[in-house]
Unconditional design. Structure first.
Length: 310
């Protein structure tokens, strides 16, 4: 039987028995992450050295790991972000890379809007105060009818646009690729990053992380932001210069941020986590029952399809 390493801890949480049976029926023996946490490079090398495929979470999959996985033929990403995979090296080794496009789009879009509302209305701060007998009223920001910039108009970004329409928001958009039909149909003001920063009350990030998008929000463009700007990031931490963001938030030059992702997770430098105008998450936007089931099923189907070609 072929061996497949499965690293995400939430894989098959609601349907593991059926998925393991499906893999077995297709000649695949499933081996699960034994550590109960994201695997580091040394752990990945040890676990993947004799694997034919891997269903991969956010664990490291660089050239060093891949170079020691002599039997590996397929990387089935549990999600859509592939910045933890050295795709060029994988291609040079004829290792297929697949993703679960669309499986978690609704869950992440929901969470982005949840963060937006929570930061704007200071929900966590007010809740914490009430639990400690502070019942003073805290003025917050309006949401309905405001301007939102959606940076990245893939499946998740489109989901945020749809939800923002429910708040009667004026939507500005940016993407590396311009889908004219979608933009026109949804009355999106397609523009550049600088204009979004200058004009919008909210920014929600939904781009992949690569050399073009790393630190797409930085000190030279964020200096033009409105004082009431709220930044939401449920994509990848590296899209924002975190040092710059920290100083803007600490000095109240922007209103707040909702961050489900960081450049390093958990962050080594916890300064952002200590600010009262930041709500943080543990890269959990996709962690709903429905999204977990869909991602597990799609990642399983992807690896079976690829291994069956061999």
């Amino acid at each position: 039987m072929k061996k497949v390493l499965i690293t995400p801890r939430s894989y098959g949480k609601h349907n593991k028995e059926a998925l393991v049976k499906k893999l077995h029926d297709n000649g695949i023996h499933a081996v699960f992450n034994p550590y109960g946490s994201i695997m580091n490079e040394a752990q990945m090398i040890e676990q993947i050295k004799d694997a034919d495929g891997v269903i991969l979470g956010v664990d490291v999959m660089n050239a060093n790991v891949l170079s020691q996985a002599n039997r590996l033929k397929v990387i089935s990403k549990y999600g859509v972000g592939i910045d933890n995979i050295d795709c060029e090296y994988a291609k040079s080794r004829n290792i297929a890379v697949t993703t679960t496009v669309g499986a978690n789009a609704g869950a992440v879009a929901d969470y982005a809007m949840t963060l937006l509302c929570a930061v704007a209305r200071r929900v966590v701060e007010i809740d914490h105060g009430c639990h400690h007998n502070d019942w003073t009223k805290k003025e917050a920001l309006d949401i309905f009818g405001k301007k939102i910039g959606v940076i990245g108009l893939g499946a998740i970004g489109k989901g945020v646009v749809k939800r923002a329409k429910g708040f009667d928001m004026e939507v500005y958009g940016f993407d590396i690729y311009q889908d004219e039909a979608y933009i026109n149909e949804n009355h999106i003001k397609f523009t550049d990053i600088d204009t979004i920063i200058k004009e919008c009350d909210f920014i929600s990030l939904h781009l992949p992380l690569n050399n073009e998008t790393r630190h797409i929000l930085h000190k030279n463009n964020l200096k033009y932001a409105k004082r009431n700007l709220i930044i939401i990031n449920t994509a990848r931490g590296g899209l924002i210069d975190e040092g710059c963001l920290y100083h803007l938030l600490k000095e109240n030059k922007i209103y707040g941020a909702g961050l489900d992702v960081f450049e390093q997770e958990p962050p080594e430098d916890a300064k952002l986590l200590g600010l009262p105008n930041v709500i943080v998450g543990s890269h959990t936007a996709a962690s709903t029952e429905g999204a977990t089931i869909k991602m597990s099923e799609m990642a399983t189907d992807n690896i079976i399809a690829q291994l069956n070609k061999i």
